[in-house]
Ligand binder design. Structure first.
Ligand code: MG
Ligand code: MG
Length: 261
């Protein structure tokens, strides 16, 4: 069973070897599913079709879905298009078209261990401005992961992400953040994408985190639609979210949701 590191009212799980083995398998399935989803996405598809594709593949690979039923969420993936920031609900009537940017966020449960990961993809040819926004999110994610190691505080990850995003002048959505993951979809600690002045808890080997920069083209102000799930930018300009689940190793971090290549 996992042990827990408790600090400042945060209870952070440290997974044992057996749990990490299962989490690796969970991440392998999810990494493969998102890789396949990326190849699958084409103009003219409904977001529902993409969700079905992901769900079928997870089940075929021996995993279970995580998001479906989570606080009543109705689908396997969150699919957020253009101004939708996160938590978009896949729908038959929501058709994607050339030039859209689409974020697919997904979770997999393998024998009780959960991983969480997201990709943002351009549909067909997209504006260079949007390509740059997506690339910056991936760079911020990479920088955050490279920074993570035992003995530092979680805010070092936050600062690393923020520095990449700020350099390009994009917005950082402050109400949404990375988090602990594994035994549950959302565990302590929160890992913000900006520095809020608090030191954050100490990082230890065996902790597992979902790191997820969520950034906007201009303003970081958001609102929630009447479906009570979909969060969109107030200025209706595009936002993107990219995410990996990582495990803290003895001297750094390893990505558990790596794509096959
Ligand atoms: Mg996610
Ligand atoms: Mg997450």
């Amino acid at each position: 069973m996992a042990t827990f590191w408790v600090e400042n009212n945060q209870r952070i799980s440290i997974k044992n070897k057996d749990e990490l083995k299962l989490m690796k398998k969970s991440g392998e399935i999810l990494g493969f599913v998102l890789y396949e989803v990326e190849q699958f996405i084409k103009p003219g598809q409904s977001t529902w079709e993409i969700d079905q594709f992901a769900e079928n593949l997870i089940l075929k690979l021996g995993g279970e879905t995580v998001f479906k039923g989570y606080h009543g969420f109705p689908a396997t993936t969150c699919i957020s298009v253009n101004e939708e920031v996160v938590h978009g609900i896949p729908k038959k009537e929501k058709i994607i078209k050339e030039g859209d940017v689409i974020t697919v966020d997904c979770g997999v449960n393998y024998k009780g261990l959960i991983t969480d990961s997201a990709i943002t993809v351009g549909v067909g040819k997209i504006d260079v401005k949007l390509e740059k926004l997506i690339n910056t999110a991936y760079k911020a994610l990479e920088k955050g992961i490279q920074t993570a190691k035992p003995g530092i505080r979680t805010t070092e990850i936050s600062k690393a992400i923020e520095s990449v995003v700020n350099k390009e002048g994009y917005g950082i959505v402050e109400d949404l953040s990375g988090h602990g993951v594994g035994l549950q979809l959302h565990e302590d600690p929160y890992i913000l994408n900006y520095y809020d002045g608090e030191p954050g808890p100490l990082i230890k080997e065996g902790m597992t985190f979902a790191i997820e920069p969520i950034i906007t083209l201009k303003s970081n102000k958001t609102k929630t639609l009447s479906d009570k799930w979909t969060i969109i930018t107030k200025d209706n300009l595009p936002a993107v979210q990219v995410e990996h689940t990582i495990v803290i190793t003895s001297n750094g971090a390893e990505i558990l949701t790596k794509r096959p290549k």
